[in-house]
Design a protein around this ligand. Structure first.
Ligand code: AGP
Length: 602
C-alpha cells in the first residue's frame, strides 16, 4: 500500500527516484510524485495516474539535485487525484513528505494546525506531517528536532521520508510500515522494499519499528525507539537486479508463472531427504507437544493455508486455515499446544500481522511462512520459514502460491514426524520424490499447455466456476481468485459438493465449470456432470487417463503424480488460463484496478 523511495548521494537523484518508483509500483498505482532539493528550494512533481504519467511530466527536467524523495500511491484517505498525490508539502513549500501507512490522529492534528493558521489542500492524512514539521520549525526548532517532535505527535503506522528546504539530510522514520536502507559507495537509498534500489546496491540495513534516521551523502545516524544511537548490521541480499525486471516477458505475471521451476527448486533446495523419507526444515523450536495448528493468511496466502491445513488433517494433525481478517472473531484463546503459522508472501499484510500479534499475546508458538527476508512477520514470529521464491512484482500472486504450498507440505511432514501420534501422509516416499520432480513437471506444463486456446474459446461468458475437493478445493478457490483479480470477470471457487446446494441455480450454458480432478475426485466427476446436464461447458483439469476426460468438453492436462503435486500443477494450468483471458480482454495484468500487492491496512 504505497511505496516510498528516497536518495541522497553523489548522483542526480531523479534517476534513482524514478527507477525506484517503477520497482515499487506494485504497492500502488493511483498517483506518483517526487520532490528534490534544488539550490533555491524544493521542486515537486506529482500527478494522479501511474509512474509512466509522472515520467511524462518530468522527462525534460534537467535537475542536478542529488537529494530527493518519491512516492507511488494506493489511496486510502481521498480518491486518486493530483491534490492527493504525494509528496505533500506545507503551504510555504519548506517541507516535503512521502508516507506509507495511516496517521490515525490526523483529524485532531489538522484541527489544531488549522486553528494556528496552517492551510490544507488535500484530503489525505499525510498532509498533516509536513505542516506539523513546519509548525515546529516556526517555533525555532532545527529541522532534526522539528522532525522528531512531529513524529512524537503521530499515532498510527508509518514509513516516512522528509526533505527540508536548505538542508542536506533526509529524515525518515519507521513505525509499523516497512522501510529499508540501501548503502553503496556513492550514497544512500531509503525504500519500502529492496527491489526499489537493487539496480544500485544489494547492501541493506533493515530498519526496526521505532527507528528514526538522518541520512546525509556522507553518513547515516539511526536512533532507536529508546532514543539511543544504534548501529544496525549491513546485510547482503541474494536477489539479482534482473529478478526485478520483466526480462523477455510482456508482463511480470507471465515471467513469474514461467520462473516457477526455478523458484520451486529454491524452495525445496536442501530441505528434502528422500532416502531418509524426511524433510529438513531448519526450525529451532520444540514442536513435539504441538497438536493443533492454525494456518492464517489472506487471499492467495489463505488458499495456501487451506491446502496446508487439508494436508495436516490427512496426517492426523488437527489443523485449521483461518482468514486473518476474521481471526479475532473466529478463534477465542488458542490452547497452549497450538502452533500459529502466518502465511504471507510480503510479511507485511496488516490483517495477518494483527492475527500474529493476537496469537503471540495468547502465548502460543508462531512461525511465519514468508517470501520477504526480514519482513515484519519474519521478525515478529518466533521463527521465519522462508519460501525463497525471489521477488514477486505482479500483483497477482503466482510463484509464491506454489512455493508456499510446497513449504507447507514440507512443514506438514516435519510436524507429522516430530509428533508421535501423527501419521505420515500416504506414500511419503512418492511425495518426496515427486516434490523433487515438481520443477520439471511445471516446466512440462508451461511447454505444453493449451490454456491460451481455452481462454479464447470461453471468453465472453457470464461467469466462471471452479470446483474441486480436498486439496483441489483450495486450488479451485485460488483459480477463481486469480481469474477475477486480473480478468474482472465474475468467478467463484468452491468445494465440488457444494454446487448442488445453491450455486447450481446460476449454472447455464454461459457458465463454464472448471473441474479439478487431480486427486480423490470421483464425486467431482458426478458434480461436473450435474452442471453439464444443465448446459454448462465442463473443462477438466486432470491426468489424461482420468475418466472425467471422457465426459468433459475440454481438458487441461496434468501429470499423474502424488496428489500434492498434481493439484499444484492444476493450479499452474489455471494461472495460465487467467493470464491468457486477461490478455484477450486487454486488462492491466500486473496492476489490476483497485488492488495493491501489499495490503498494509486492516
Ligand atoms: C493474490 O493474487 C493477491 N494479490 C492477494 O490475495 C494476496 O495474496 C493477499 O493480499 C495476501 O498477501 P500476502 O501474502 O503478502 O500476505
Amino acid at each position: 500500500m504505497c511505496g516510498i523511495i528516497a536518495h541522497v548521494g553523489d548522483k542526480r537523484a531523479l534517476g534513482p527516484l524514478v527507477t525506484g518508483l517503477e520497482k515499487l509500483e506494485y504497492r500502488g498505482y493511483d498517483s506518483a510524485g517526487v520532490a528534490v532539493k534544488n539550490g533555491n528550494g524544493l521542486d515537486v512533481w506529482k500527478c494522479s495516474g501511474q509512474v509512466s504519467d509522472l515520467k511524462d511530466t518530468i522527462d525534460t527536467v534537467e535537475s542536478s539535485a542529488t537529494l530527493g524523495i518519491g512516492h507511488t500511491r494506493w489511496s486510502t484517505h481521498g480518491p486518486p487525484s493530483d491534490e492527493n498525490a504525494h509528496p505533500h508539502t506545507d503551504q510555504r513549500n519548506r517541507v516535503a513528505v512521502v508516507h506509507n501507512g495511516i496517521i490515525e490522529n490526523y483529524e485532531t492534528i489538522k484541527d489544531i494546525l488549522t486553528a494556528e493558521g496552517y492551510e490544507f489542500t488535500s484530503e489525505t492524512d499525510t498532509e498533516v506531517i509536513p505542516n506539523l514539521i513546519a509548525y515546529y520549525l516556526d517555533r525555532g526548532n532545527e529541522p532534526l528536532a522539528a522532525f522528531k517532535h512531529a513524529i512524537a505527535d503521530l499515532e498510527g503506522s508509518y514509513a516516512i521520508a522528509v526533505v527540508v528546504d536548505g538542508n542536506d539530510s533526509i529524515y525518515a522514520a519507521r513505525q509499523g510500515s516497512p522501510l529499508v536502507l540501501g548503502v553503496d559507495d556513492t550514497g544512500y537509498y531509503l525504500a519500502s522494499d529492496v527491489p526499489a534500489f537493487l539496480d544500485y546496491t544489494d547492501s541493506v540495513v533493515y530498519l526496526q519499528d521505532g527507528d528514526t534516521v538522518e541520512v546525509r551523502a556522507d553518513g547515516v545516524d539511526i536512533v532507536d525507539g529508546n532514543d539511543e544511537y544504534v548501529q544496525r548490521e549491513i546485510e547482503q541480499v541474494d536477489w539479482q537486479p534482473d529478478e526485478t525486471g520483466k526480462g523477455q516477458y510482456e508482463h511480470f505475471m507471465l515471467k513469474e508463472i514461467h520462473t516457477q521451476p526455478t523458484s520451486l527448486q529454491k524452495t525445496i533446495e536442501g530441505r528434502l531427504d528422500i532416502g531418509g523419507e524426511r524433510t529438513n526444515l531448519d526450525i529451532d523450536m520444540d514442536l513435539t507437544s504441538i497438536d493443533n495448528v492454525q494456518l492464517v493468511g489472506c487471499g492467495t496466502s489463505y488458499h495456501a493455508a487451506l491446502f496446508g491445513a487439508s494436508l495436516l488433517n490427512r496426517c492426523d494433525v488437527s489443523a485449521r486455515a483461518i482468514r486473518a481478517s476474521e481471526y479475532d472473531l473466529n478463534t477465542g484463546t488458542p490452547p497452549e499446544d497450538t502452533l500459529f503459522v502466518a502465511v504471507t508472501q510480503s510479511g507485511e499484510t496488516a490483517d495477518t500481522l494483527g492475527a500474529l500479534r493476537q496469537a503471540k499475546e495468547a502465548g502460543v508458538s508462531t512461525l511465519a511462512v514468508t517470501n520477504v527476508v526480514q519482513s515484519t512477520a519474519a521478525r515478529e514470529a518466533d521463527e521465519p520459514l522462508y519460501i525463497r521464491a525471489g521477488p514477486e512484482i505482479g500483483v497477482a500472486a503466482t510463484k509464491t502460491f506454489s512455493s508456499q504450498t510446497v513449504m507447507l507440505t514440507m512443514l506438514s511432514q516435519h510436524l507429522a514426524r516430530v509428533n508421535d501420534e501423527a501419521t505420515r501422509v500416504d506414500n511419503i516416499d512418492q511425495l518426496l520424490s515427486d516434490l523433487q520432480d515438481l520443477p520439471g513437471a511445471v516446466d512440462g506444463i508451461l511447454q505444453s499447455s493449451n490454456a491460451s486456446r481455452l481462454a479464447e474459446k470461453y471468453l465472453d461468458m457470464n461467469a466462471y466456476f471452479f470446483i474441486g475437493r480436498g486439496l483441489g478445493c483450495s486450488v479451485a478457490k485460488e483459480g477463481a481468485l486469480k481469474f477475477k483479480e486480473i480478468t474482472y470477470e465474475h468467478a467463484e471457487g468452491f468445494a465440488s459438493g457444494e454446487l448442488k446446494h445453491g450455486p447450481l441455480a446460476l449454472v447455464t450454458d454461459q457458465t463454464p465449470v472448471f473441474a479439478i480432478c487431480a486427486d480423490d475426485c470421483e464425486k467431482t466427476v458426478t458434480n461436473a456432470k450435474e452442471a453439464q446436464t444443465r448446459g454448462a461447458p465442463i473443462v477438466a483439469i486432470s491426468p489424461s487417463d482420468h475418466r472425467i476426460v471422457d465426459t468433459a468438453d475440454e481438458h487441461l492436462s496434468v501429470p499423474d503424480m502424488h496428489p500434492v503435486c498434481s493439484n499444484l500443477l492444476a493450479n499452474v494450468q489455471l494461472q495460465l488460463l487467467s493470464y491468457y483471458c486477461a490478455t484477450e480482454l486487454d486488462r492491466a495484468i500486473d496492476k489490476p484496478r483497485n488492488l495493491a500487492k501489499s495490503v498494509t491496512v486492516e
